[in-house]
Structures are given as structure tokens and as C-alpha cells.
Design a binder for this molecule. Sequence first.
Ligand SMILES: [Zn+2]
Length: 497
Amino acid sequence: MRDYFTKKELMELSWRTIERMQRRRFRATVQYLLPHVPAYASIFAEHSTNLKRIRSVEDWHKQALPLFKKKYYIKSPQSFIVSPDAAQAFSAYKNYLGKIHKMEKLVLIMTALFKPKHARELAKTFYQPKMPFFSGGTESGNPTLVFITTHQKKLLEKIIEQASQLLQEMHDIKTGTTTGMNLFPYGPHLAWHATHIALDIAADLNLSTAAGGAIPTEQLAIMAKTFKPKIIAGMHDYLKHRFFPTLAKLEPKMPVQTLIINGATKMTVADRENLAKAAHTTGIVQPTILDLYGASELKEDLLPECVPDSGFHHIAPLSTIIRTIKAKRTDDNFITAWEFTKPEEGGHAAIWTIDGAGTLFEGYVLGDNYERISRDTCQHCGLRVERIYDVNRIKDLQAQKKLTGIVEQKIKGAKINLTALRDELLKQNFIKEAQLVVDKNFRGLTIRFASTLPSKEATNAAKKALAGLEITPVLECVPLEELLQKGKKFEPILVEK
Ligand SMILES: [Zn+2]
């Protein structure tokens, strides 16, 4: 069964062809798998939905089906797993295959006739959750747990191979011996796992390291000085505030050209620039800093940039259908009234899983907002895939809207873009890191920042830098360590609870 495209195919297939294949998989998923997923079965029963009428994601909207929120999902992740009765499992699998690829169904029927044990084994691996996937948890405060199947785990390897190949071709990292260093926190964390597989494929030597307390930063720095990795992957705030400064103290001679990959956390323009500056202190002259987008709910569907700022490339469109929507009515658990927005207009991200069994997310809002999605050919790599631009957490945008809304009543025309404001601060040489804290009633803004200057001087310099701003934020100069809080994910924009 074709579950992914090769690079050549992604360069040649039109968006219409890809969309047609997505639709076929979507219909197979709805008709043969969703009846065996308790969460969807109950929603369909409640809405008296005729599944035959849901032929595309547009029909999800036409049938007035709701979109699921993360809050609802994390109450009962097990009810989102495909779990058919033993008696129905084989025929559901057979029919699912038949809908996507008739030959596959025939092969399975023949296998069942002549090698019944093997056929049962195939069906088992199709459904059996093999590994849990965790990520982030920034949206809800809880990590999101997702199960992938054996089949999807293999697919993840294929997709990472595609991504690695793309990056290798674009960035000539294969000259000499290539060593790769994984600086994501260790665990069943999606980013660590994906990086580990990627380095197995793309690097000659995979150091198999991990950050997040698994190995102390001092030890990681010594390893980096010794092995001189050309590929380094991790969260940008860890890399620029802990890893590179610790490494710089050892006065290493790092490779002139290094590929640095950020994931699992948003990286703004200023974050990227500051990461480059931190890399320079270790002897890296030309760091190529790429960003990667993923979420545990997207499972094996990872979206890399090909060159900096080229958008997140949807290289695995047969795994998930990704759309943008606008919410019109919402409660704690669902978005009950909504509409699609045009890709170029952007909006809240909604997904429909089409990659087989395991945990399925159908009509699910990720908690992210996309500025826009483009579907033209990438001028850098030539892939004709969707590219997602400027991902923000909906939570941050809502904070901004509420804050701006209230402030605007007080001060005429005051517009505060929190991300842009933070970027502006990070461009100041004396500011190492900044966190914008919005109080829970959305009445005021506190800027907590770490500086190279003494506290009083730093506060005065920050006041000067913010002179043009139409509100007066409270300024708090704090040590970098206090701002980053060991063991916790750094929140650039924080709404107090
Ligand atoms: Zn590209």
C-alpha cells in the first residue's frame, strides 16, 4: 500500500492528484475504521450521521459535525484508538484496503486462503498500538498521549528518510565524516525519537545523546568538543542559553558549517538570529538553522523547512489532511459551529488522520494557528507540497487579542503584537532572553528579561528601547536561570493562571 510519496513524486504530482488520493484514504477511514473508534461512533450516533455521505472533509462541515478539542481528547485518549471486535477486525481491514487499493485487498484475500496465520498477523500489526507518542503539552498543561502502530512506526522511518534526503541535498552535509548530536529531552518524546531515527540515516556517527537532564550539559559540551557534530538538533532556547554557552567555555573548534535543527517549540526571527550568535561563539561560522514542525497528534507526519523561512513542507500528505478553520461557536470540548478558511487566509489548524489505525484524529483542532498555507511549487527545493507559514499557539493569539482589546479602550490605536514585541526586545544586544507575562484578567503586561547588564542599568535601557510603545509594561530584570526554570519548558508568552 502506498502510504508516502518519494521526493520525485512530490516534485511531479499535482496538488489535485494528491488531494484525490487523500480523499480516497479519508473515505476508507470514515467508512471502515471510524465505526470502531468509540469517540467517533458516539458522535455519529448523536448526529444520526450516514457515513456514506461523508466523502470528503468538506462533508464533515456539511453534516454539521463538531470539531474536537484537545481538552476533550485528553479526558479519554483510549476512546480515540481503532479497536474493532475480534470478529470484525479482519473484514474491516480488508475493506479498508480495498477502498484504497483493490489489488492490496486481493492479495490479502489470497493470503488469508493459503496462509491464514500470516493474514491474521498482518491484521494484528495493522491495529496493534506499538508505541506511545508524547509531545509538548503546552496547550493544555498536560502532555498529549498518542498511540502509533507498527506500520506507522515504519512509515515514520520512511518519512524521516525523505526529510533527511531533502536536507542532505539542500545543505551538503555529507562531506567528510558527519556526526550528529541529539539534544532533545530523552523519553518517548516525539522530537527525540524522530531525531534519533534521522541521525541514524543522515549521520555517519549518531552520538545518541539527549538533553533534559538525561546527560548533564557539561558532559554534552565535552562530547561536542571531542566529536565535533555537524548536525545538532534540539530546542532553540536550550541550545542558545545552555548548550552553546557551556560549550564556548571549553574553547572548541567546531565545524565551520553546521546544520542546527529546532523543533518542539516556536522559533521566531529573533530567536533564530540569537541562536546563530550563540553558535558563532563556539567556532561555527556558518550555521544553517532550520525549523521543524510536528505534533504528537500528527503522528509520523513531520513537516521540515528545506531552507530557512521556506515554510513547513507537508511531505507526508497521505498521513494527515490539514486545513484551516474559523471557529464560530465553541464550548469546553467541541467547536460546534465553524467554517473552513481559504489556505492563503490561514486560521486555526484542524486535522483528519488518514494513515491507518492507532489513535485517530478526525476533525480535531491542534491548538495552533497558521498564518497561511501555500500550495505552489517551492522555489528552493521544487517540491509541490503544501507549506505552512508562521505557526502560533491559539492561546497566545487570544491573549494578545484580549490584551489589545482592553488596552485599546484606554489608549487610542494601541496595537501590541506580543511576538513582535518580544522579537524587538531580543534584537537589543543587552537582552539575553525575554518573557511576556499577561495577567489573568488581561489588564496588564509584565516583561521579565535577562540581561548582560546590571539590573538597574538594564531596566533603564529596556525602558528606553520600549519608549515608543503605547502601554507601559512592568519591567522585571531577572537572572537567566530564573527565567528558564530548569526542567520546565520555557514559555515566551505566558498567561498567568
Ligand atoms: Zn522547499
